[in-house]
Design a protein around this ligand. Structure first.
Ligand code: UFG
Length: 330
């Protein structure tokens, strides 16, 4: 197939907008569907878009009736671990019900290839140093549980309706497009890397940087995460087309870089990049729902998709994130 029509839900969001940019670079035709609840109009790339909530079934069906899509990339959803602990219904409704509506629309329109944004949050506390796709799934928060439900729904959808899918379990998406035109921006920002950068390079963030917990069983007591460059996540989605065309089924792949960095290591890397002598932070209580360590084994994506996290060196991720924050005066 030459130029592919790809519906991208959440295409105005952080990861979705980077995927849209990659699709355009790849010569494909992305069509964005977003309700702009957390996505941003400025992140829209040069392509068609629909302002639509996945919970608005009538509007959704109307869009599917009038357009033809070869694939669906499903990024839309709520994605904050802490918020999900406080507002589980919001997560189950938006993520699970929204995904069911989308799946039904696909089935009605004979669209049988879906690429879904799942999360490392499905695993819970790791039983091994590196987590592969066969690791037990015991989410510690409603966000991870909502993603696990959707994976299961997609598995059943292949058996019942022949809809093939890839669920990509992202580890910690970070960084920004190196050109600085799109990057990570949430309001309020809760993610570690943008929080540290904003704290250190702009005066707008007056609150003291908090480290959530320093007594975890990790190298320095702070949580360890596997940071993966957002453009590496986007490129895996491009590789997914060919794989899905040749392998009808529901599949699961981790997307991580295989190295864990603690909160303190991230803070120090940003500090060094900015040539600062010292920074101030406070130790706050652990955040509910946070596993101590999450680091990926992504050998499956490497061998079956020929995917490599080429941009995911932590220094590179932080350089691109700093560049994005500086060029947008955030
Ligand atoms: N953290 C701080 N201070 C902050 C922000 C974060 O100490 O100001 C800590 C968190 O407690 C956590 C680590 O930094 O230990 C990373 O936190 P993030 O909020 O950046 O990311 P999460 O690990 O909570 O979650 C992210 C995505 C999820 C995804 C998960 C997968 O937001 O969608 O990665 O690993 F599921």
């Amino acid at each position: 197939m030459s130029k592919k029509n790809v519906l991208v839900t959440g295409g105005a969001g952080y990861i979705g907008s980077h995927a849209v940019k990659k699709l355009i670079e790849n010569g494909d035709n992305p069509i964005i569907l977003d309700n702009f609840s957390t996505g941003n109009k400025w992140a829209l790339q040069d392509c068609e878009f629909f302002d639509c909530d996945l919970l608005d079934n009538n509007k959704l069906k109307g869009i599917f009736a009038k357009n033809s899509f070869d694939y669906v990339m499903h990024f839309a959803g709520k994605s904050l671990v802490g918020e999900s602990v406080q507002k589980p219904s919001l997560y189950y409704e938006n993520n699970v019900s929204g995904s069911i509506n989308l799946l039904n629309a696909c089935i009605d329109s004979d669209i049988d290839k879906i690429i879904f944004s799942s999360s490392a949050a499905v695993y819970g506390d790791p039983k091994s140093e590196l987590i592969n796709e066969n690791h037990q799934t015991k989410p510690k928060n409603p966000y991870g549980q909502s993603k696990l439900f959707i994976e299961k729904i997609l598995e059943d959808a292949f058996i019942a309706y022949g809809v093939s899918s890839i669920s990509f379990r992202y580890f910690n998406a970070a960084g920004a497009d190196p050109l600085g035109t799109i990057g990570e921006f949430h309001e309020p920002e809760t993610h570690l890397i943008p929080n540290v950068i904003m704290k250190l390079i702009s005066q707008k963030n007056s609150k003291k940087l908090k480290i959530f917990g320093d007594t975890y069983q990790t190298k320095d007591g702070t949580c360890v995460r596997d940071y993966i460059h957002v453009n590496d996540i986007a490129s895996a989605h491009i590789k997914a087309f060919d794989f899905l065309d040749k392998n009808s089924k529901s599949h699961i792949f981790n997307l991580g870089n295989g190295s864990g960095f603690s909160v303190l290591e991230v803070i120090n890397t940003v500090k060094n990049k900015l040539n600062l002598n010292k920074i101030s932070y406070e130790i706050a209580p652990p955040r509910n729902g946070d596993p101590a360590v999450l680091v990926a084994d992504s050998a499956k994506a490497n061998s079956l998709l020929n995917w490599n996290p080429n941009n995911s060196n932590i220094e590179n991720i932080i350089n691109d994130a700093i560049n994005w924050h500086r060029s947008n005066n955030l």
